[in-house]
Design a binder for this molecule. Structure first.
Ligand code: UDP
Length: 196
């Protein structure tokens, strides 16, 4: 099973993203090494499936979060929670209008276990289709932590995807699965862990 990523879609021109979409990746951009390495990993996995008849699976994981992430991991959920718990400024990149769809770890693991039992070699999107702006996420984290943090706008990183939401129709049909844990509930559990 290859753990691929929503990054294979790059800065997507199709929304939400279906597995059939080939993506919009800048191969020479700052995210190019990561995006293209994952795309190549998918290509070689499919080649092994076709040529050597291997029982392969590819999952495209969208933004996932939960307890046990490192506080300085750099991704948005641990960054915001860590900043909020220390009453430090919440660093929103750009205007915070870009969107992401956040999946709680337990939902993802459940889908992975179900997929391992299936014969399905085509890529499967796994993530939560509820989409939020980064600004909404910042406000929610401040509310749930009761933080005194203010919002600090910082420069938007180059090639930062503007929007991202998985179309999980394939996962729903194949696995009888859909995410059960809403962002607010997942954040509460994650904040509890970070606080401890
Ligand atoms: N982001 C932000 N502040 C941070 C960290 C990230 O505003 O302290 C933004 C980032 O620019 C991106 C989104 O949050 O638009 C998600 O970033 P992350 O690195 O978590 O994941 P990815 O960009 O790979 O989806």
């Amino acid at each position: 099973m290859l753990f691929s990523t929503s990054e294979v879609y790059g800065d997507p021109l199709v929304h939400p993203q279906k597995e059939s979409y080939w993506g919009n990746v800048n191969p020479v951009g700052v995210r190019g090494c990561y995006d293209e390495s994952k795309r190549f990993a998918e290509a070689i996995t499919m080649a092994y499936h076709r040529v050597h008849k291997l029982d392969t699976k590819i999952i495209r994981i969208f933004n996932t979060y939960g307890p046990r992430m490192r506080n300085h991991d750099g991704r948005v959920v641990p960054n915001f929670i860590d900043q909020a718990l220390h009453n430090k400024p919440i660093t929103v990149y750009g205007k915070g209008k870009q969107t992401r769809s956040f999946c709680y770890i337990d939902d993802l693991v459940e889908a992975i276990c179900r997929l391992m039992m299936k014969e399905a070699f085509e890529p499967v999107n796994l993530g939560n289709p509820c989409e939020f702006t980064i600004m909404q996420l910042a406000r929610l984290v401040i509310k749930l932590t009761g933080s005194k943090s203010r919002i600090l706008f910082k420069e938007l990183p180059c090639d930062d995807p503007k929007q991202r939401r998985p179309d999980i129709t394939r996962a729903r049909k194949l696995l009888g699965w859909s995410p059960q844990i809403a962002l607010e509930d997942g954040l509460k559990r994650t904040i509890t862990w970070f606080s401890a």
